[in-house]
Design a protein. Structure first.
Length: 47
């Protein structure tokens, strides 16, 4: 099988998200709740 990856992959491995981005995503996922009622689902964000 041919190698499908290029040498540019090494440059993308150095990219890391900011701490603020990770914190935002974690807080958003904690606040999100999904409730299923019958065939419908409701997404609720608790602030």
């Amino acid at each position: 099988m041919a190698k499908l990856y290029s040498k540019k992959k090494l440059a993308t491995q150095k990219m890391k998200p900011k701490k603020e981005t990770i914190s935002f995503l974690l807080n958003y996922s904690k606040a999100l709740s999904i409730h299923k009622v019958g065939n419908s689902s409701f997404e609720i964000i608790a602030n």
